[in-house]
Write a protein that binds this ligand. Structure first.
Ligand SMILES: Cc1cc2nc3c(=O)[nH]c(=O)nc-3n(C[C@H](O)[C@H](O)[C@H](O)COP(=O)(O)OP(=O)(O)OC[C@H]3O[C@@H](n4cnc5c(N)ncnc54)[C@H](O)[C@@H]3O)c2cc1C
Length: 335
């Protein structure tokens, strides 16, 4: 196991916030996992991270950060319709998606390009372009904290919801996810409910392939989102708010151009549009602003401090509240 004392975390979070933790442990194999429990690491302040792509550090973290770097992707079972693939938590998410494409397995392709690790994907039920990872997760495996008893959660026990799960809520910081087993389709089937994706792919008809879908998803993503090797960010900073039918009717009477989608418990609005309409595309404070092509993304153009991002996002929340009477919530974990 690799350990670094008091490292800068600038390269361990995609916001590129320069702060420190007491110790950074990189866990590379099963032996390292055992050692972490023997050393009682989880009996002191701790934080598990993957690629730090959904975290905003606001100050130094006074504890140990544990980072998974375990590897391994294998097909563990199959039946007439599905193939079950078990991946180690330290695998890069998009590498896993590429594995499914190479093996002609359906279901993960729309999620290519989402930064992060396999071990983090269940935490906020990652989603994009009409797919959510809950649609392909079969089971989540790992250890309860702090002691390390093993657990297995089947899909229906994970309480998956929009950018949410039991691991982000009731069991936040109580479960260390070490493996995820995915159930992928053998039969050709694409999820093309996202308009822009469908428009780009419709001409392929029955010639459409997994590779073509993945390439198109990556092109769309790259045209909208910042390159995290150059600009700091954590993707969508806020969740899209869901309002009741009554609230939506009230809002539509005042604002006629609200982007909206049906949601299981009401109407989902586009937080990016609300932020843009509050004028945030024109507001840069120091090295912090929203991204020019997507107001839902807050970026660090260079040397922003965590607290400056906090001040900025809190002002956004306040302005959206004042104009629309809706309280938007961060999707990103604030540490
Ligand atoms: C440019 C950009 C685009 C993005 N686009 C999308 C998108 O389209 N859709 C989407 O859903 N998200 C998106 N995100 C957010 C992010 O990529 C996902 O949330 C991703 O799953 C985070 O993975 P990570 O490994 O970086 O986790 P981290 O950010 O390091 O951690 C996220 C959370 O998971 C916990 N955690 C990490 N590892 C473990 C573990 N092994 N066991 C238990 N808990 C753990 C952490 O404590 C933390 O609470 C984007 C981010 C960026 C920067």
């Amino acid at each position: 196991m690799k350990n670094i004392i008091s490292p800068s975390l600038k390269d361990y979070n995609t916001f590129h916030i320069d702060c420190r933790c007491k110790e950074l442990l990189t866990v590379e194999n099963d032996q390292d996992i055992d050692e972490v429990f023997q050393r009682k690491v989880f009996h002191q302040p701790y934080l598990m991270i993957g690629e730090g792509s959904n975290i905003l550090f606001t100050k130094d973290f006074e504890g140990t950060i544990i980072r998974l770097a375990t590897k391994g992707i294998e097909i563990v079972n199959e039946d007439d319709e599905s193939v079950y693939v078990r991946a180690a938590g330290g695998e890069n998410w998009s590498d896993f998606v590429r594995f499914t494409i190479e093996h002609e397995l359906y279901g993960a392709e729309n999620l290519i390009g989402i930064p992060g690790l396999v071990g983090s994907c269940p935490v906020q039920n990652i989603g994009a372009y009409g797919s959510e990872v809950k649609d392909i997760i079969y089971q989540v495996e790992g250890h309860y904290l702090p002691e390390g008893e093993p657990f297995v959660f089947y899909n229906d026990e994970c309480e998956f919801a929009y950018r949410d799960s039991i691991f982000k809520n009731k069991l936040k910081d109580r479960c260390w996810i070490t493996h995820v087993v995915f159930k992928l389709g053998k039969e050709k089937h694409f999820q093309l409910s996202y308009k822009q994706l469908a428009e780009n792919l419709v001409s392929f008809g029955s010639e459409l392939t997994l590779e073509k879908v993945a390439d198109t998803v990556l092109k769309i993503r790259n045209s909208k989102l910042p390159d995290i090797t150059k600009v700091g960010c954590a993707g969508s900073f806020f969740k899209n708010p869901v309002v009741s039918e009554t609230k939506f009717a009230e809002l539509s009477a005042k604002f006629d151009d609200l982007v909206h989608y049906p949601a299981p418990n009401g109407i989902k609005l586009a937080a990016g549009q609300l932020i843009e309409k509050c004028g945030w595309k024109e507001v840069r404070k120091g090295d912090v602003s929203v991204y020019p092509t997507q107001a839902l993304v807050i970026v660090n153009w260079g040397n922003a401090k965590g607290f400056e991002v906090v001040e900025y996002y809190q002002e956004i929340i306040q302005s959206v509240q004042e104009k629309y009477g809706i309280r938007i919530e961060p999707e990103v974990r604030i540490v």
